[in-house]
Structure formats: structure tokens, C-alpha cells
Design a protein around this ligand. Structure first.
Ligand code: BTN
Length: 242
């Protein structure tokens, strides 16, 4: 369970707040906000945070010892996907950690580490989940995006989703710290649908997008691809464009 839940009406970004106050915040603190004025996404993108009925949440995690920090984002994507399924909606996961419904993004996850002189003190794991958004707001996003209220044609209770999210995340969190990807590999792989497809991979912001065939997700959660000469390559981090 979380040690503390901090809720804000308006904040620049729950991740930024968590990183700025990292040393004072206890391990397993959860930060949630109604609005973000400077919501951030992966690859320096903006995360549209105008709807107060969406979820903007950050988990402050300070595991004493784990080699599985990178798997926490994938674990959170599985947790979100499982909760979405409780609403009788079938989501997919796009490597490494986007949750999509009908190919459109419904949840994005941003993991940032806090470190001092090369020593990682822990991570801030942030998620934005589109629960209730207007069509106009979704259309203003420059990538395919959707929200649960649009899919289900009814309003979604933020309170209900949020409490389910926090509770479910901490249920297996300790096990993930100890055993990494293996303990949720099946749940993750059951929800991906891009293996065997031609995909584009961008390793870093500004890098060119390279075309591969997606082949597998290995035991550690990395993406295995094949280039046009069938040479296989392991991708440890990056963005996948389907
Ligand atoms: C992505 O690009 O897919 C990641 C989006 C992450 C957005 C969440 S919202 C809560 C937390 N605070 C932020 O500024 N970003 C993350």
C-alpha cells in the first residue's frame, strides 16, 4: 500500500513535483492532481492535462535494491490494462508501456530516475490516463488518442479508477522488485499485438525512425527486432511506431 497520497488541484506536473521533492518524500508516496499546467511525456512531448476528470499520477519509488527498475513502467502498463478490462474494454500494450484502445493511446507512462553522483536514489513513475475527455480536446492531440468515456459513451468515475489503480499497483509491486519482468511476462505478452509486423523504432528524441520487423519480447522485457537482412537486434529503450 502507499505510504502517503498527496492530491493537488493544480500543479505543473506530478512528476516534476516528485523529482523536486524526492529526498523529502517517503518511498511509495503517490501524487495525484486534477490539472497539470506543464504535463510532460516521453521524448520531451507535452502531455495534454486539461481535463480534471483524467488521471495524472506519480509514484515515488525508492527500492533499496533492484535491477528491475526498467520493468516498472511495463508493470504499470499491465496494471492499467487490467483495470481498463474491468470496464469490458479490450486494450493492447504498445512496447514498452503505452496502453491503447483500438490503436489509440489511452494511457502514457513516464519513468524518470532521481540520482546523485551516478547513484540512482529511486524513480518517479508517472501515468496519464484519459478517462473523460471531449472529442475536441482529443482531436487537438497530434497523435491518435482516445479516452474511456468516448469508448464507453458514458462518464467514468475518476475516484473509482484511481483507487483501483493505486491498490492494484502495490499488490504485486514487491514481487516485481524481486523478480522483474518474469513475474508479469505472460500478462504483458497476452496484451501485445504487434509481433510479426513491420514497425518503426526511434531510439531517442530526434533520431531517425528505422524500419524493422518486430520479432519478440525477451525474458527481460526488451524488444527483439529483425532488420531487412533478417539480422536480429535487441532494443532496450525507445519508441515504437506501429
Ligand atoms: C508518454 O509520453 O506517453 C508519457 C506520458 C506521461 C504523462 C504523465 S501525467 C502524470 C505524470 N506527470 C507528467 O508530467 N507526466 C506524467
Amino acid at each position: 500500500m502507499p505510504t502517503e497520497i498527496l492530491t493537488f488541484k493544480k500543479i505543473d506536473s506530478t512528476n516534476t513535483y516528485a523529482l523536486k521533492n524526492f529526498d523529502e518524500l517517503k518511498d511509495r508516496t503517490v501524487i495525484s492532481a486534477d490539472f497539470q499546467t506543464m504535463g510532460r511525456g516521453r521524448f520531451n512531448r507535452t502531455w495534454v492535462s486539461e481535463s480534471m476528470e483524467n488521471i495524472y499520477i506519480s509514484f515515488v519509488l525508492k527500492p533499496v535494491e533492484t535491477k528491475y527498475l526498467a520493468n516498472l513502467t511495463q508493470y504499470l502498463s499491465v496494471v492499467v490494462a487490467k483495470i481498463v478490462e474491468k470496464y469490458k474494454v479490450t486494450p493492447t500494450i504498445k512496447w514498452p508501456n503505452d496502453v491503447l484502445v483500438s490503436g489509440k493511446k489511452i494511457c502514457g507512462i513516464l519513468c524518470e530516475s532521481s540520482s546523485k553522483t551516478n547513484l540512482t536514489k529511486g524513480v518517479v513513475l508517472g501515468a496519464g490516463i484519459n478517462l473523460n475527455m471531449s472529442k475536441a480536446c482529443l482531436d487537438s492531440i497530434d497523435r491518435p488518442a482516445t479516452a474511456l468515456n468516448i469508448v464507453l459513451k458514458r462518464e467514468i468515475s475518476k475516484e473509482e479508477f484511481l483507487s483501483e489503480l493505486v491498490q492494484t499497483f502495490f499488490e504485486d509491486y514487491q514481487e516485481v522488485l524481486e523478480n522483474g519482468f518474469l513475474c508479469f511476462e505472460k500478462d504483458y505478452k497476452e496484451r501485445i499485438d504487434f509481433l510479426g509486423q513491420k514497425v518503426h523504432v526511434q531510439l531517442r528524441d530526434g533520431d531517425k525512425k528505422v524500419e524493422y520487423t518486430a520479432v519478440d519480447i525477451d525474458d527481460c522485457g526488451n524488444l527483439v527486432v529483425a532488420d531487412k537482412d533478417s539480422h536480429s537486434k535487441t532494443i532496450y529503450s525507445g519508441d515504437l511506431i506501429l
